[in-house]
Write a protein that binds this ligand. Structure first.
Ligand SMILES: Nc1ncnc2c1ncn2[C@@H]1O[C@H](COP(=O)(O)OP(=O)(O)OP(=O)(O)O)[C@@H](O)[C@H]1O
Length: 269
């Protein structure tokens, strides 16, 4: 992994006092206020919250897409800029954004091309990732011939092929029907466990958050803040049947209650 050179004692992502103000017409809008979090290496952490609570903004700050107005982010002993330029990041977004003229394999090879990895190694590593996401045999397919679920697997393979230390997933399964989403959750859990990467997921889907996470960070709005940090101690690997267990449902209900409390506070204003 790219982070191997970081000091052994600094194996967390630490977010301290982070705030974000955006310039808007007539002043500033505070999207995030005083966020403090610690994400352990190799863990699966989810930011859960209603639309507009700043989940994506926080992810973008950690991933060095934007700079926070206040506070600091430390990724395994590095700044977000150092971590990004050291190639520690992998991204999976809502839309898989595959190049339509390149095969599944060609799309997964793309970040390795950008890194100047020689062709034979590129091919071997991309094939290994396609296998990991369950797409061996589909490497020559063009994106137009892939289902929505398959396209998302290609996007996950493309993110993992650079062996990222941290994998950012921003609503990666939006637009899939509920059954397909659950199947992809099972797959993502398996892929994440096999890759050993630290995962940070953004979702507003409570069941998805419970199913995948070691820790769920519940966020509220106005301005975006952390309501609760909840440990999901359900045994792994989790499967679709686990989602029917009393413990799973209890987590789901408690998280839903926390979220509806935040909705109520907005309605009451
Ligand atoms: N560049 C920007 N300029 C002004 N306001 C912004 C900007 N980016 C985000 N915001 C505002 O900050 C708030 C948080 O946005 P963000 O996209 O992070 O929320 P979110 O929780 O990810 O929502 P969603 O689930 O709908 O994606 C929103 O009110 C949004 O309108």
């Amino acid at each position: 992994m790219g982070a191997a050179a970081a000091p052994a004692e600094a194996r967390t992502v630490t977010i301290d006092g982070v705030g974000m103000d955006f310039a808007v017409k007539g002043g500033t809008f505070t999207a995030l206020d005083d966020i403090a979090l610690e994400l352990p290496e190799g863990g699966f952490t989810t930011l859960l919250g209603p639309s507009g609570c700043g989940k994506s903004t926080l992810l973008r700050i950690i991933a060095d897409v934007i700079e926070p107005t206040r506070g600091t982010v430390d990724l395994f002993g590095m700044t977000p800029r150092q971590a990004r330029t050291s190639g520690l990041f992998g991204f999976v977004f809502q839309d898989p954004v595959l190049l339509p003229w390149r095969s599944a394999l060609g799309n997964v090879e793309l970040p390795l091309e950008a890194q100047g990895v020689p062709k034979a190694e590129r091919r071997e590593r991309a094939m290994a990732q396609l296998q990991l996401v369950g797409l061996d045999g589909f490497e020559d397919r063009l994106p137009a011939k892939l289902s929505g679920g398959m396209a998302r697997r290609v996007a996950i393979a493309r993110a993992l092929v650079v062996e990222p230390s941290i994998l950012f997933l921003d609503e990666p399964f939006n637009g899939l029907d509920e059954l397909r989403r659950r199947q992809m959750n099972v797959e993502l859990q398996r892929i994440w466990a096999a890759s050993g990467t630290t995962a940070l997921l953004v979702t507003h889907n409570v069941a998805e958050a419970v199913f995948l996470s070691d820790t769920v960070i519940v966020m509220g709005r106005n301005p975006g803040h952390v309501i609760e940090r909840r440990t999901i101690d359900l045994p792994r690997p989790r499967d679709i049947d686990n989602a029917l267990s009393a413990d799973f449902i209890a987590h789901e209900q408690e998280l839903t209650q926390l979220l509806s409390g935040d909705y109520r506070s907005v309605v009451d204003e």
